[in-house]
Design a binder for this molecule. Structure first.
Ligand SMILES: Nc1ncnc2c1ncn2[C@@H]1O[C@H](COP(=O)(O)OP(=O)(O)OP(=O)(O)O)[C@@H](O)[C@H]1O
Length: 413
């Protein structure tokens, strides 16, 4: 049964037949163009500020689209300071590398320099002075302009700004910038004086690099020339080091951290430490000597590790004497208390050390070597020294005939 409203409508249609004809058309029109009537009503309700922000945003978007027609150059700032993983402000490696590259590549063009005492050694590092004209660098026929800026007169923050045409964006980002870093790194390692670092004790939570490592200049006279060893074995080690040094692309391609492990084993006094010095001199690497027994936890080990730099040899000598690392994993388990926590005194654990060697932290600095030395190979856990972790096992034995000939030649030359 129809309701009273429908009955009224039917009566009206009967009285005015034209209403019945027009009504569906009016309703259809209203449904289609409802927005025409609703828009002014909505606009009247929206505050003026919101409307202004909307139009400003649209205008800005429009100007940004037009801007490349008038200014096709892109700038990239490489800042001198950055935040590290603990939100601490640290100097940026990239900035130092760029500075080193520019002081070598652009020094012909610049006329005004800033000279700073070199971080290592007694020399000076020349860099561009803030506010001076841009200097140009060439890469594959493309010109790139560099300038130095200071973010604030009272601030230590500086940056190197590079400017290039937008059509070279891909070349600059994918190839030029990595090239600059590589060249800068090479320039830095060519001039730096190497250091021998050793870890401090009592590392605090927010320890920085100088809080965790102390150092002296590294002046060990041993080279592969003076090292008495069978010539074939010596050559094999030198070849291995050369391969490692030139294999950045290989490690990148196979998705592995750029690092290599050496295990030196043999009786006391057979030249294990001497071999490390020869390696460091040959590669021109810094040496970090870690004394594991002074560390309180795996966290301390990680703090030390993240404060190391690339092109370095990290050494753990006499690893068989380091607490908690000797023997098999089963024996390790016995060093734990009933509740599973390590017993007092057993501080750095085997798994902590394994994480440090090839866990996710292992790729943090790039191009590093780890060396373990031991007098008792049989005491070490198999997991610690397996190939892939300790890539090369080198036996240092008592002087053979060939090595003796080498010593004789050195002494009599
Ligand atoms: N193969 C070698 N060639 C040249 N010198 C050597 C060699 N082996 C040992 N020496 C000399 O013997 C001394 C002891 O060597 P080194 O400290 O390197 O031995 P090590 O194996 O590390 O001993 P330890 O296991 O006790 O730490 C050094 O002064 C070093 O000059």
């Amino acid at each position: 049964m129809a309701g009273p409203d429908e009955a009224k409508m039917a009566a009206m249609v009967r009285s005015w037949p034209w209403v019945g004809m027009l009504m569906p058309m009016v309703l259809r029109h209203l449904r289609k163009s409802a927005w025409l009537y609703l828009m002014p009503m909505v606009a009247a309700c929206v505050p003026i500020g919101v409307l202004r922000a909307y139009f400003e945003r649209s205008l800005r978007r429009c100007v940004r689209r037009l801007l490349p027609f008038f200014d096709p150059f892109i700038t990239v700032d490489i800042a001198s300071l950055r935040e590290d993983y603990m939100d601490k402000i640290k100097s940026s490696d990239a900035y130092e590398e760029v500075k080193a590259h520019l002081s070598a590549a652009c020094s012909r063009e610049a006329r005004h320099f800033r000279a700073e005492g070199a971080d290592e050694g007694t020399g000076f590092v020349l860099s561009m002075r803030e506010g001076q004209d841009e200097v140009a660098d060439e890469f594959r026929g493309v010109t790139i302009w560099w300038s130095a800026l200071k973010e604030d007169d009272y601030d230590m923050r500086r940056c190197c700004r590079l400017t290039f045409h937008q059509r070279h964006r891909k070349l600059i980002v994918d190839e030029y910038l990595p090239h600059v870093r590589r060249c800068g790194r090479a320039a830095m390692s060519g001039t730096r004086r190497r250091r021998l670092y050793t870890n401090k004790t009592n590392l605090s939570y927010s320890a920085s690099r100088k809080d965790v490592w102390s150092y002296i200049d590294f002046h060990h006279p041993t080279t592969f020339e003076t090292l008495a060893m069978h010539p074939d074995k010596k050559q094999m080690i030198i070849d291995d080091l050369n391969d490692f040094r030139s294999s950045e692309d290989y490690y990148l391609r196979i998705g592995k951290a750029w690092k290599r492990g050496y295990l030196l084993y043999g009786p006391p006094g057979t030249g294990k430490s001497t071999m490390i010095a020869a390696m460091a001199n040959y590669l021109n690497y810094t040496v970090y000597d870690i004394e594991l027994t002074t560390l309180k936890s795996n966290n301390d080990l990680r703090k030390l590790f993240v404060e190391t730099t690339g092109k370095s040899i990290i050494v753990i000598e006499d690893i068989d004497c380091s607490l908690n690392l000797t023997g098999s994993r089963a024996a390790m388990a016995q060093t734990k208390r009933a509740d599973g926590a390590p017993k007092k005194g057993s501080v750095v654990t085997l798994s902590g050390l394994l994480n440090f060697i090839d866990g996710i932290w292992s790729a943090h600095s790039g191009e590093w070597i780890i060396v373990f030395t031991t007098n008792h190979l049989d005491k070490l856990d198999a997991a610690l020294i397996r190939r892939g972790r300790m890539d090369l096992h080198i036996e240092m034995s008592y002087c053979g005939f060939e090595a003796f000939k080498r010593i004789w030649r050195i002494l009599t030359s």
